[in-house]
Design a protein around this ligand. Sequence first.
Ligand SMILES: *Cc1c(COP(=O)(O)O)cnc(C)c1O
Length: 448
Amino acid sequence: MGPGGSSGAADGSSVDLRRDGQAAVEWVARYLETMRDLPVRAQVEPGDVRDRLPASPPETAEPFSAILRDLDEVIVPGTTHWNHPRFFAYFAITGSEPGILAELLSAAFNVNAMLWRTGPAATELEELVLDWLRQLLALPKRLHGHIEDTASTSTLAALAAGRDLRPGGVVLCSEHAHSSVDKDCRILGLELRKIPADAEYRLRPDALEDALAAEETAAVVATVGTTSSTSVDPVPAIADLCERYGAWLHVDAAYAGSAMVCEELRWAWEGIERADSLVVNPHKWLFTPVDCSVLYTRRPDVLREAFSLLPEYLRTNVDRVTNLMDYGPALGRRFRALKLWTVIRCYGREGLQALIREHVRLARLFASWVEAEPGWQVVAPVPFSVVCFRRDGSDEENEALMERVNATGEVYLSHTRLDDRFVMRLAIGNARTTEADVARAWELLRSA
Ligand SMILES: *Cc1c(COP(=O)(O)O)cnc(C)c1O
């Protein structure tokens, strides 16, 4: 008998991988199947979860079954279920079944692909799968791609490259750009200026030109699919200006980039070939579990210049290989390519397109219900799968209505501010969401 009275594994833990592994997979299958019956947003108060767990670690090994029991009793009730088909808050996402299994496999390898030498397959698979993704998204050839944890890190890397070309220059983005741009500038010690947007929440090129003429600019961030309303900045006009003023153009397509698997949505990619870098998050709308963010650049030399550092203990005797640590802030690199490769293979281009198309259809359908209802308005265009809407009345009334709906536990919506008004957002992005789920959200909103 090993520690804790179990049979004992070769790694000294209590786990019996075959027996406990089957139980874990069974647990996952049941969790996914019964998810609809769970409240979407955790119905706990701060501290509830900690209060129910021991304050000190165990002296001796516990059986793995104790973990599954605690998942049921403490962790599930204390979790906001992002994988729930009626999760409509922020950006709805999917930990798909291929993605879940691939995470298990990737942990088994536990490679650290900082150098080609330390992870040849992980490095080459990352290059290959990002070339596949480039093809799926109809991006130009000869882009260099690498995977980061989040768009926050991808944009950090892009802005560092822009800064190195123009030290001392400022960064410009629209007032609707994601807050990660603010945070990245703060980390990099860069000044950020916000450019006003037009009536449909798109960056105004005339205002951008004024800002470029006024001050030395290192980089401009254009957003394809803003976080509040999913508006699309006019990339061709922005690219013209970046070329004229010599600024790095970074396109933040963290959410909407995945939708470019569908030809009919590629109007949003106009001018993309002129971006110096762009970020797409497969963990947002490409059914890949968190975390997986892709940074593409047509100037990998500049990125490498910003991040390449080779201490003696990392030198290897192989040349002419890609060492992915040279393209971003982190040294250690998880084998994230495995889950993206698995997701793409287990859906295929057609499967990915079908899901994205269904989400866009459901968003438009929901918007049509809101528009047809007296006293309700859709307040922004719906180019993708997010609907911004409100009911006649004050901000406080709208906020209270949303809170009542969320308190039912049946659905979860979030909000934003547009034109200084409180607006609700319904974001569709989970692979298991059906028309009935969206209809239920509308029913709850109307009756609240
Ligand atoms: C979600 C989002 C981000 C931030 O993504 P993380 O991966 O969480 O850092 C950045 N930009 C846009 C447009 C987003 O929608």
